[in-house]
Design a protein around this ligand. Structure first.
Ligand code: NDP
Length: 683
């Protein structure tokens, strides 16, 4: 294997260290694979470059434009993934392990791109919650908005996911409009660097929006301030050190950590050995022990099973673990590779030794196992090791994380005891429960939820579709309290908002409308000669209004609507029964009749830029409409969202229907698709 110097990408160019750097050895055979150093790199200048070049470049793009860049990047990287798999094998990853890291990483880019397009506006401001009316007359309102922080997102990653690890942090920051500096773990930085080269070569991301720092990041943290953030994944020890970094503390730099976690998997008391759930439990446990040789922050470390099931679980798991073939990735039949380095192997063995004070080793002997296609002496190989606790209450089995192919089976007395034992992990990223009983699931889930960021319930019904205990998903929260680091990542748009500042804006309706780009009640309306439905997206402005009516509702209208639709509810058809209704006291019009009549009052019928009505939001009927009431509708363009990549966009209209006394009888938002130009061409 060739060894190469890993470079950093900083200030718009690749940087090679001025010294020989630190040697990184392959866990497969102990040969040198890379050298890593940041010597000669002006690390502080990287932060300034991100803020001054990357930040403004990102600010010029809307959420949708950033999403389009991420999508194109995800597809480009996916198309060239073969070379990443080859490099990944040098880190000790099998093909299956590489899939989790590489496809998982690129999939995260695509998932974020699609979520952003659907759930974020085509804008740079994100609105949070409703308008708050602070004064009686409606001249003083407030609204919360999110805007991108003007800093840099520093991402310090662990060695175990050299691809997914940085992309899952980068995607939300990029969408938010915040440039990233990626610092990979030295041990596997050569794979991160290779992917980064392809990212830079693609030219898809604006200059300065992403930089790579391989080697020592220390001076970088000294240059951070209140608009910057640090997101860390790695050991609890380093997390604690960084959290207390004087500059981060003094300047309130946003800091999140995702650290060690003793994740539990609970076998429900309802599961018998002949139930399908028993096999699911065993399969999941042994899979989690062996994927990435157990070096996953979400892997199962504690298998909690009813006391009476301990023997059966150990037997069944041992039978599966004995079929695991340990060896060099790619060698014939190998299903589990080495851990990442010889020192990691030493750490795992030391942790297993400690665990053996409160548990016995029941499967896997580190001094006697077969290695296929690799050398047990020079490579970092370990067998999968299963322990059985001799004392479920012993702190060590709940506190010592052997970050390798290791798990401990622990017996519990009853469900309350199981909940208590799970909580002894002190906060974890994830736990799973295998049960076919929804009531038992409720009891366990609500008992352990405060200690976790994610919970999975597995049984025969969802097993085929289940994404598994150990898979963080871009749309779900990843993180956990306490020992797990106290941070939160991903979770769809929540992860994007972590990079943005929430601000409460107070002012007049006109100020709020101008600032947020969304019309609010009380802001100026424009009633022109031309019907707003005749205007293309390019011509329409928020506040453009059409007032239709009045239209008197007759008893015959109500009777006709009842008969025509089949909605003959007594309040619309039976005068006596309707009179006894405490809310109506007589015949009232259907709410849907009101909405239909309103459409008749505001629609402009001829073909034009309005292409379709795709729904209504927030429909409320506020005042009953009786025969002879006269309805007026006011329709105002509230929000205009051009869709990138389409020749139309969305227009949200504020609709208010009032009666002859000017009381609102119905309020809602009408959602339409409108062409960008009158003739359908480019604006
Ligand atoms: P570390 O905490 O040592 O390293 C994690 C990252 O932090 C690496 O990028 C590392 O860089 C960087 N780093 C270390 N010290 C500093 C510092 N002072 N300032 C800034 N950055 C720093 O974890 P390891 O990767 O070495 O793994 C050790 C243990 O951590 C594992 O055995 C396991 O127990 C746990 N772990 C937990 C994970 C999780 O997701 N919960 C994932 C991986 C590991 P560099 O590599 O250059 O030192």
């Amino acid at each position: 294997m060739d060894s190469r110097m890993v470079e950093s990408y900083a200030l718009g160019r690749w940087h090679r260290a001025t010294d020989e750097g630190r040697a990184v050895l392959s866990p497969v055979d102990g040969a040198e694979v890379a050298r890593v150093s940041s010597t000669g790199l002006d690390v502080s200048a990287m932060a300034a470059y991100a803020r001054e070049t990357g930040g403004p470049a990102l600010a010029a793009l809307t959420f949708h434009e950033r999403a389009a860049a991420l999508k194109a990047l995800g597809l480009t990287l996916m198309a060239g993934k073969a070379e990443f798999y080859a490099e990944s094998a040098r880190t000790g990853a099998t093909e299956r392990d590489s899939g989790v890291d590489i496809d998982g990483g690129f999939g995260t880019l695509l998932s974020y791109a699609s979520k952003a397009k659907r759930e974020l506006p085509n804008d740079t401001v994100y609105l949070d919650g409703p308008v708050e009316q602070l004064g009686k007359k409606g001249t003083f309102l407030a609204r919360h908005v999110f805007t991108a922080r003007r800093g840099v997102a520093v991402q310090i990653n662990a060695y175990n996911f050299p691809v997914w690890g940085f992309l899952e942090k980068l995607a939300p920051a990029f969408l938010a409009g915040v440039p990233s500096i990626v610092k990979p773990a030295t041990q596997t930085s050569y794979l991160t660097e290779l992917v980064f080269r392809r990212i830079i070569e693609s030219g898809l991301l604006p200059e300065g929006s992403v930089q790579l720092l391989c080697g020592d990041p220390a001076p970088l943290l000294d240059s951070l301030g209140g608009q910057d953030s640090v997101a860390f994944t790695g050991s609890a020890h380093t997390a604690a050190k960084l959290r207390a970094h004087p500059v981060l503390v003094e300047r309130s730099v946003h800091f999140t950590a995702e650290a060690d976690s003793l994740n539990a998997s609970v076998l429900g008391a309802d599961v018998t050995t002949d139930a399908p759930e028993f096999d699911l439990y065993i399969k999941q446990l042994t899979t989690e022990m062996t994927v990435k040789a157990g070096q996953k922050c979400t892997a199962i470390r504690r298998a909690l099973v009813p006391e009476a099931m301990v023997g059966a679980v150990v037997e069944a798991a041992r039978a599966r673990l004995e079929r695991v073939v340990v060896g060099a990735p790619g060698a014939e039949g190998v299903t589990m590779g080495p851990v990442v380095s010889l020192s990691q192997r030493t750490d795992v063995l030391a942790a297993v030794d400690k665990l053996r004070g409160a548990a016995e080793l029941v499967s896997g002997d580190p001094d006697d196992f077969t290695v296929v296609g690799g050398d047990a002496a020079t490579g970092a190989y370990l067998p999968p090791m299963l322990l059985r606790s001799t004392d479920p209450e012993a702190p060590d089995v709940h506190e010592i994380e052997a970050f390798g192919p290791v798990a401990t089976v622990i017996g519990y007395r009853d469900t309350a005891h199981a909940i208590e034992l799970v909580a002894r992990g002190g906060g974890s990223l994830v736990a799973s429960l295998v049960t076919a009983d929804p009531q038992l699931a409720r009891e366990v889930l609500l008992g352990i939820a405060p200690f976790h960021g994610r919970l999975l319930v597995l049984n025969a019904e969802d097993a085929r579709e289940s994404t598994g205990h150990g898979s963080p998903l871009p749309v779900l929260v990843h993180g956990g309290p306490g020992r797990a680091g106290g941070g939160e990542e991903l979770g769809g748009i929540r992860g994007v908002l972590h990079h943005m500042q929430r601000t409460a804006i107070q002012g007049t309706p006109a100020v709020l409308a101008a600032t947020t780009g969304q019309w609010v009640a009380g802001a100026p309306r424009t009633e022109g000669d031309e019907h707003p439905f005749r205007k293309s997206l390019a011509e329409l402005k928020i506040g453009d209004t059409i007032v239709g009516g009045p239209r008197t509702v007759s008893l015959a209208d109500i009777g006709h609507f009842a008969e025509f639709t089949g909605d003959t509810f007594y309040a619309h058809t039976d005068p006596e029964a309707a009179a006894a209704n405490p809310l109506f006291g007589g015949i009232v019009a259907h709410g849907y009749l009101v909405v239909s009549l309103a459409a008749g009052l505001f629609v402009d019928p001829a073909p034009g830029p309005v292409l379709a009505n795709f729904g209504v939001d927030s429909l409320r009927f506020l005042t009953p409409v009786r025969a002879d009431d006269a309805l007026t509708v006011t329709l105002t363009a509230k929000q205009i969202t051009p869709r990138s990549g389409a020749d139309y966009g969305e227009v949200r209209w504020d609709a208010v229907v009032t009666n002859q006394d000017d009381s609102p009888v119905a309020t809602y938002d009408v959602l339409t698709l409108v062409a960008k130009t009158r003739d359908g061409g480019e604006p």
